[in-house]
Design a protein around this ligand. Structure first.
Ligand SMILES: C[S@@+](CC[C@H](N)C(=O)[O-])C[C@H]1O[C@@H](n2cnc3c(N)ncnc32)[C@H](O)[C@@H]1O
Length: 233
């Protein structure tokens, strides 16, 4: 639409549409279409800023390898988020402590963090529960590598596997901790129900399972999202 407008303007008035105005026009049109398509509320803003940012960075004439490096870093951080719909964002220390306070004391448990990010939760729990076995599984290479190196550096007993939790059998875990996204919850519930043992605990930070009332709801000390728990029967 903007190209057609710029072309018509050039033909009719012999005036070139300045590139900054073209970028602003394109951002506005894209934001309007995005809003019309009822995408999440942050998308119109991103759509508006994107062409302007493109023109601005183009004008800076930065060497092209900077963009390649930035792209590769983001790729290794977010990996297949377009498929999983679960990007990286860390849980808080309050959430880790809420999980720790929920678990029975003095019992060796097998705990897994599905989508363990940079490993903060798993390392915290491994330290708080030396009798238990704590594992993290992470799909994206950069957080997985960082968590494995952090564990080695800190001599943590937490173990980190690189892989897809959807392909992992959850049967051998007493506790499954998830901090994923609303999109991942329905299929996680089907998987947990069919694989987890009776009595095992599925915990989800922030995101409830649609239509499944939790057996446990904990509000972490201070602020922050709730922790939900379902006892598998
Ligand atoms: C919201 S972050 C949570 C990180 C960490 N559990 C925490 O509490 O700080 C979700 C993580 O799950 C990872 N992830 C998403 N889908 C996954 C999958 N199918 N298998 C393994 N990891 C996955 C993402 O790469 C991301 O690092």
């Amino acid at each position: 639409m903007v190209l057609a407008f710029a072309h018509t303007l050039a033909v009719l008035t012999e005036t070139q549409l300045p590139i900054v105005l073209a970028a602003l026009a394109q951002g506005t049109v894209a934001a309007m279409i995005t809003r019309y398509a009822s995408l999440a509320p942050w998308w119109p803003g991103i759509q508006f800023v994107f062409p302007v940012a493109l023109v601005t960075f183009g004008a800076l004439q930065l060497p092209s390898w900077i963009f390649l490096v930035a792209f590769l870093l983001l790729l290794c951080l977010y990996w297949t988020t377009f498929r999983t719909q679960v990007p990286y964002y860390p849980s808080s220390r309050q959430a880790w402590e809420a999980v720790n306070a929920l678990l029975p004391v003095g019992r060796a448990l097998r705990v897994i963090d599905i989508g363990s990010g940079f490993g903060g939760f798993a390392m915290h729990l491994a330290q708080a529960r030396p009798e238990s076995e704590v594992t993290g599984i992470e799909l994206a290479p950069l957080p997985w590598l960082a968590s494995a190196m952090r564990a080695r550096f800190r001599r943590s007993r937490a173990r980190f596997i690189r892989g897809d939790y959807e392909k992992l059998d959850l049967a051998c875990y007493d506790v499954v901790f998830a901090y994923l996204s609303p999109a991942a919850m329905p299929s996680l519930w089907c998987k947990a129900k069919s694989e987890m043992r009776a009595g095992a605990l599925l915990l989800s930070h922030e995101f409830p399972i649609p239509g499944m009332a939790p057996d446990i709801t904990v509000h972490p000390v201070g602020s922050g999202p709730a922790l939900y728990g379902w006892r598998i029967c």
